[in-house]
Write a protein that binds this ligand. Sequence first.
Ligand code: IPM
Ligand code: MG
Length: 359
Amino acid sequence: MTEYRITLLAGDGIGPEIMAVAVEVLQVIGRQFDLQFEFQSALLGGAAIEATGEPLPAATIDTCKASDAVLLAAIGAPQYDTLPRHLRPETGLLGIRSALQLFANLRPAKILPQLIDASSLKREVVEGVDIMVVRELTGGIYFGQPKGIFATESGEKRGVNTMAYTELEIDRIGRLAFETARKRTKKLCSVDKANVLDVSQLWRDRITALAAEYPDVELSHMYVDNAAMQLVRNPRQFDTIVTGNLFGDILSDEAAMLTGSIGMLPSASVGAGKPGLFEPVHGSAPDIAGQDKANPIAQVLSAAMMLKYGLNQPAASDRIEQAVMQVLNDGKRTGDIMSEGMTAVGCQAMGAAIVQALG
Ligand code: IPM
Ligand code: MG
């Protein structure tokens, strides 16, 4: 029996509902694969603000650091949008990524044949899409200094953020991306804005230099505006994409939508060591929270990614993915992926169906 300590960060909005489904799935898979999960819940985001006044309590960082993996649902709600920046839920999320040194965020966007008609793009455009976005997660404009809203001499306010990358930061995400591409179809596209930004020029220079270490990987470069266009024009041209924090945030939402619904997509955030953090690409969807309408699949697939990338249990991970496929084959759909002739289910019923498919 292998034992794992898993920290659960359910967060806000639909977070607790989808997390409950993922935990149930993990408990069943644990019994089947002889894995013992010790779950501990910790506070992040709005839930942490309500309980402690801050979005990322020190106790949460300690609990996460003492665990083998962290499973996160989603954070954020409109009532916190007017708080000072350091007290907002999003700051808590950035803080935990940074505290755990999770510099790489892997966001797969793979179109499932069952959901091809849920995509807003034509079938012939999205058929066969299988993209991995490798997003830098602890640097770039999200973290660069100086930042803030300052008064100018004329008394006018000026908002500042700084997009900065050091060679070390570029090299470590670059290497991880080359390694990722190597395990896939050996095609890597690095996305930047080197025609305008100096930070992007350094990015391009370093990624180009790294390519010498990976002669088997075919490297290309693309400006971010073109990449945004190509993703909807001809997404099949991409396999692995590596890019900075902000461009990766935007392009991964776009890539997610190719697959029909952002409610389907998991992500893995990893760094130099343990623990990794696993979370859906989507947000907390406050508009449907507490109504049993959320799609729990991205959360369940995040748990599967946790098993594969965080705990080195690929067989258990594959089993969960198969169960999700089976439920989709059976025609069960939450509202976000509903199409004609399918059976509409809520969050709990979708969870129950996945558990049943696990056998
Ligand atoms: C994401 C989200 C976060 C981000 C927000 C909630 C801070 O959009 O994980 O993509 O911008 O990284
Ligand atoms: Mg985002």
